[in-house]
Write a new protein. Structure first.
Length: 192
């Protein structure tokens, strides 16, 4: 240290008094967690150990509220994707994520897609909103939906909905056939 730095430091420390406390914790134990708090903590740690929901909560590229969401896996026929994009398929199920937190939306989307796939539902509509008024960034939920949908193996394609179905605030999703539907399809084509 230079003499000038030492002088400035000593000037700043002139009114400081040493604390004569050596104890770190309260000896009465008043600040220790209660049994209920310890039980909740243990339950939360166990829940975090295994989460079958693999949808990422990591960084997301933000989309604008009026951006079009468009995704298609390799192998999806252009005609099928065009029909999805134009809203020509009947929407057999709808998920409304409006007003949900990201954690709630992540769980709801994961469960909804898995349930629809298991039940043989092929086309669904997701209402995620546009997020124009979201703080601090607009379209957070829409951005995460656009990130999560391609992560789900059951999702073949998705596209922003037409205005009558929600427009920029909703997305059409095409799901692959479940095992039963694939088996029926194979049997149908073998009989020909």
């Amino acid at each position: 240290m230079h003499d000038d730095d030492l002088d400035i430091f000593l000037q700043e420390m002139a009114g400081v008094k040493r604390l004569n406390v050596d104890a770190i914790a309260d000896p009465n134990g008043e600040h220790n967690p209660s049994l209920a708090q310890l039980a909740r903590r243990k339950a939360a740690e166990q829940e975090m150990e295994y989460d079958p929901n693999y949808l990422s909560m990591e960084y997301v590229d933000l989309v604008a509220p009026d951006d079009v969401i468009a995704y298609k896996k390799d192998g999806v026929q252009d005609g099928v994707y065009k029909n999805l994009r134009l809203g020509k398929y009947q929407m057999d199920a709808t998920l409304n994520l409006l007003g949900k937190t990201l954690v709630e939306a992540r769980a709801a989307l994961y469960s909804f897609i898995a349930d629809c796939h298991q039940r043989g539902i092929r086309t669904v509509l997701i209402h995620h909103g546009m997020g124009r008024d979201s703080k601090p960034h607009p379209a957070i939920l829409k951005s995460y939906c656009f990130k999560w949908l391609p992560q789900l193996p059951e999702v073949l394609a998705c596209h922003t909905a037409l205005k009558p179905h929600g427009g920029y605030a909703a997305t059409y999703v095409l799901l692959q056939k479940n095992a039963e539907q694939k088996r029926e399809n194979r049997e149908r084509h073998q009989k020909k």
